[in-house]
Design a protein around this ligand. Structure first.
Ligand code: FAD
Ligand code: NAD
Length: 460
């Protein structure tokens, strides 16, 4: 917009890597007046991940849960540059970032290197495969919007193929077997959504094969959802049993083939399970760029899990670099809740850095002025000292929520100095209202509510 301040060579350059939970909440709260801000991310939008499983079966439309990054930056005081590109290298000594447009349409520009004064590193993580053979080739992940789309297409293809004329019985059984690996919240929520699709829609549309659909969730540990309270784990497992979702616990996937997975069960027995669709949700691992950065700072970056930061989210060993969200190794879980609180906190740190720079300029002017009053100088020095005082990041846990299918959700809430665990329809209403209230814009809220209503009336 014309009233945005243009870039100012006198101000420091702040580069933000990413457009996920951490980077977006940072950008939303950031005052850009004192910085030239550059945002680099391969995705030019924010994705509301908690509702991503709902996109895999058409409960929600993809556009309802994304928000363009430019929607946020175009309202900032000073102009922000947004580049749809992948950062390839961070040089913490020279203080530069190298990035390139690696999307399908690239133009003639090659890779670009720019200097930064400050860097906010929020590139998240990639999918963990533990190096298990065949995962990347044959399984679908559930992290990005394109993953949800791929699952939706593949799921429908399996069902249509199963309904194809003269399909052999054992092939129908294979095609209609949907296997989910990983009993964390991603795997559980996906299995729940899939069950709803079966009950609400498939039975009507594909009566000839709907009853053959089976959902199996494979988890290496003794139970699903290890981060939730015991009561909610039991509630989830019994709801899944009622919904005929098979849960294979103490079972570890060892190998993935194009139409079956090889698992080792609790008795160390190996067996092969045929599948039509395989969804892989076994958690996170660091991105290559993060591993490279750790290697460059190996004297202090000693955690393989992620980047180490101090209490103010400043990267150990990286001057002017701050890291937030899933790419860090802290005592907090890799969740949207943590990343967004860190983003807001960091915007506060930058507010202080901006104030400090402003006050330093004022002080220099005052000291240079022949008739400046000593009281005024002293007051400015006091303000400067206040701006330099930082409080460490403090995480406030608002509870954990997960949708488990058949209009039921589970909620672990830290209330009244203790934990309140709740499961069922009330938790489901709470789950919906919590997500609606945290969805970033009025546009997103309206779209999500309209999608939910549409599904109630017309089905998926
Ligand atoms: P992300 O949100 O992953 O963002 C990373 C950003 O960096 C992206 O924009 C990406 O495009 C960009 N990027 C990647 N590579 C580069 C590069 N080389 N250069 C520049 N940019 C790059 N958490 C909850 O608290 N509650 C939930 O209900 C919940 N549900 C979830 C459901 C699903 C299906 C999934 C997958 C996750 C869920 N999470 C939930 C976890 C939550 O999404 C993550 O913890 C959160 O996204 C972390 O935020 P982040 O900013 O660190 O990373
Ligand atoms: P996760 O790390 O929470 O769970 C992965 C699960 O996969 C683990 O329980 C692990 O034991 C299992 N596993 C690993 N290898 C296996 C194998 N070979 N065979 C069988 N099982 C195997 O991963 P996630 O569910 O993707 O969650 C990632 C993060 O995002 C977590 O911090 C989670 O809290 C957060 N998240 C939160 C929500 C929510 O709050 N509703 C939803 C999704 C994700």
């Amino acid at each position: 917009p014309p009233d945005q301040l243009p870039a100012d060579k006198e101000k420091p350059t702040l580069v933000v890597l990413g457009s996920g939970w951490g980077a977006t909440s940072f950008l939303k709260s950031l005052d850009t007046e004192e910085f030239n801000v550059v945002v680099i991310s391969p995705r030019n939008y924010f994705l509301f991940t908690p509702l991503l499983p709902s996109v895999t079966v058409g409960t929600l439309e993809p556009r309802s849960i994304i928000q363009p990054t430019r929607y946020i930056t175009r309202h900032k005081k000073r102009k922000v540059d947004v580049y749809e590109a992948e950062a390839q290298e961070v040089d913490p000594v020279k203080k530069t970032v190298t990035f390139q447009d690696l999307s399908d349409i690239r133009g003639a520009a090659g890779s670009v290197t720019i200097p930064y004064d400050y860097l906010v590193y929020a590139v998240g993580c990639e999918n963990q495969t533990f190096g298990i053979k065949g995962v990347t080739e044959h399984a679908c992940f559930l992290k990005e919007l394109s993953d949800a789309d791929k699952i939706r297409t593949k799921l429908m293809d399996c069902i249509e193929t199963a309904a194809f004329r003269d399909q052999p019985q054992d092939e129908i059984d294979r095609l209609m077997h949907m296997v989910v690996v990983g009993g964390g919240p991603t795997g559980v929520e996906y299995a729940g959504e899939l069950h709803d699709f079966l009950i609400d829609d498939l039975k009507k549309w594909y009566p000839e094969v709907a009853d053959r659909l089976r959902i199996t969730l494979i988890e290496a540990l003794p139970n699903v959802l290890p981060a939730f309270s015991k009561q909610l784990i039991q509630y989830t497992e019994s709801t899944f049993a009622e919904n005929k979702i098979d849960v294979l616990t103490r079972t570890m996937v060892k190998d993935v083939k194009d139409s079956s997975v090889v698992v080792q069960d609790a008795n160390k027995q190996m067996r092969e399970i045929p599948y039509g669709l395989l969804v892989w949700a076994t958690g996170n691992t660091s991105r290559q760029i993060t591993r490279d950065l750790m290697n460059k700072l190996s004297a202090v970056q000693t955690q393989r899990r992620g980047l180490l930061v101090d209490d103010y989210l400043s990267l150990l060993g990286g001057e002017g670099v701050y890291a937030i969200g899933d790419c860090t190794a802290t005592s907090y879980a890799p969740t949207a809740q943590v990343a967004s609180q860190q983003g807001i906190y960091l915007a506060g740190i930058f507010q202080k850095l901006g104030q400090k720079a402003k006050l330093e300029r004022q002080l220099a002017q005052l000291r240079a002025a022949p008739n400046a009053s000593p009281e005024e100088i002293e007051a400015t020095v006091k303000k400067l000292n206040r701006a330099a005082k930082l409080t460490p990041f403090h995480y406030s846990h608002q509870g954990s929520l997960a949708y488990i299918g058949s209009e039921k959700a589970i909620a672990d809430l830290p209330l009244f100095n203790g934990n309140v665990a709740s499961g069922g329809g009330a938790a489901m209403l709470f789950w919906r209202s919590a997500y609606i209230s945290t969805l970033y814009s009025v546009r997103n809220r309206t779209l999500v509510l309209a999608d939910w209503l549409k599904v109630k009336i017309f089905g998926r």
